[in-house]
Design a protein around this ligand. Structure first.
Ligand SMILES: Cc1ncc(COP(=O)(O)O)c(C=O)c1O
Length: 405
């Protein structure tokens, strides 16, 4: 038996035992959406997270990292909850440009055409290298434009315990911290509108201590770069990295503790940052637990003493749950039989998708209520890096549906 991840708190069932999402039972949601596989996103859960952030970080702007979930209705709902969007491509920019919030654009390998689009749209470009800076400045000179440029810094430290370490290493992300001040001076002297610094060091951290330390170091680094450059940054994006529990024994992040410590760091910040506005950019923590992936069992079979529940979904929609999205060790996500959400676990079963690869596992040797053909399987924590981070074209299976409730 292999443990399942923890189901996010607050998911209930109706009198017939059917999982409720946003107050709607799963069968009705599936019928309404036209079938499975289906991603359901609960807007109230997202709003709750945003409110929780606001309470914990009253003096810090909240940005949404579109890469976590770019579903259009979700982005529209998000526009009411956050102060800005962070995009990683002009494709993402196209999805949120009409929503009227400040936008920043980070990510390596921005093509000249993307830089030009971003400059003309008046959004902030988080520069990933000196070469990118020169290409942006050349576009401005050629076309008589002024770019809004921020310097993304590759810090000398990382985020401890982070599922995705993006600092303290040689990296394609950001400019090494000891060259950042020189680049700030270069872009200011070239006449660009310098927007400040972006320091993102990692993702999926569950330990408050690690984030507290990281944010303290990040504020200090921003101040030291600003002093060396001789310019006060209008904005400092402190990155994010807030994680959610996916696996057995994962404990939720104590966001309030992080907020309290950051307020203290900011209250004591060096003078050069006195007028700086701070932002945190989050994806997963805002939307991850609000999403549930629903897939229907199409076959039940026994093989050499093991029970298999074969569904109409799979890793082509929910790669992360299969363990193939950067995990070193495959572990089970939180999974349940959604139309028997009130039933006790009674058998060990392996839930698979319908792809012709043994990698296509949604839950391995998990204790579940007995399930039959036609039952619905729910994979929780599917709101971030779900559909858009999965190889939907693989094996030309039907596309997944999405719905925001
Ligand atoms: C620059 C940047 N910002 C924000 C994010 C979002 O991270 P998360 O969804 O873990 O909050 C990422 C994720 O890799 C990132 O690279």
């Amino acid at each position: 038996m292999k443990a399942l991840g923890p189901i996010p708190p607050g998911y209930e069932h109706d009198a017939e035992g059917r999982l409720l999402i946003g107050g709607h039972d799963v069968e009705t949601l599936v019928e309404h959406a036209g079938g499975t596989p289906l991603f359901v996103y609960d807007s109230e859960r997202i709003a709750l997270q945003a409110r929780r952030f606001r309470a914990a970080f009253p003096d810090v702007a909240l940005h949404y990292a579109v890469k976590a979930n770019p579903y259009a209705p979700l982005l529209e709902a998000m526009a009411e909850l956050v102060d800005g969007f962070d995009v990683a491509s002009t494709g993402e920019l196209g999805k949120i440009a009409h929503l009227g919030l400040p936008i920043s654009f980070a990510g390596p390998g921005k093509r000249d055409q993307e830089l030009e689009t971003a400059i003309r749209a008046g959004i902030t470009i988080n520069l990933e290298s000196e070469g990118e800076a020169e290409r942006a400045l050349a576009i401005c000179q050629r076309d008589g434009l002024t770019a809004r440029l921020a310097v993304r810094v590759n810090p000398p430290f990382g985020l401890k315990g982070s599922g995705q370490k993006m600092g303290g290493l040689p990296s394609q992300f950001g400019i090494d911290h000891d060259r950042a001040a020189a680049l700030v001076r270069r872009i200011v002297e070239a006449g660009a509108d310098w927007r400040g610094l972006h320091i993102f060091a990692g993702s999926q951290a569950l330990q408050a201590d690690a984030l507290i330390k990281l944010q303290r170091e990040t504020v200090a680094l921003a101040a030291s770069i600003a002093k060396e450059a001789g310019h006060a940054p209008p904005h400092v994006n402190l990155g994010g990295g807030f994680g959610i529990p996916y696996f057995a024994k994962d404990e939720p992040l104590d966001v309030e503790a992080v907020g309290e410590a950051l307020a203290k760091s900011l209250a004591e910040r060096p003078k050069i940052l006195a007028s700086t506005e701070f932002a945190i950019e989050l994806g997963r923590w805002l939307v991850g637990e609000a999403g549930v992936y629903l897939t229907r069992i199409v076959d039940r079979k026994e093989s050499r003493g093991k029970s298999f529940l074969v569904t109409d979904g799979g890793l082509q929609h929910q790669l992360a749950a299969s363990g193939n999205f950067g995990q070193l060790l495959r572990r089970n996500y939180p999974v349940a039989i959604a139309n028997r959400f009130d039933a006790e676990p009674e058998e060990e079963a392996t839930v698979t998708g319908c792809l012709c690869t043994p990698l296509d596992l949604l839950a391995d040797e998990a204790m579940l209520p007995r399930a039959e053909v036609g039952d619905l399987v729910a994979i929780f924590c599917a709101g971030a890096y779900g559909l858009s981070a999965s190889p939907q074209e693989f094996l030309s299976q039907p596309r997944a549906r999405e719905i925001l409730v």
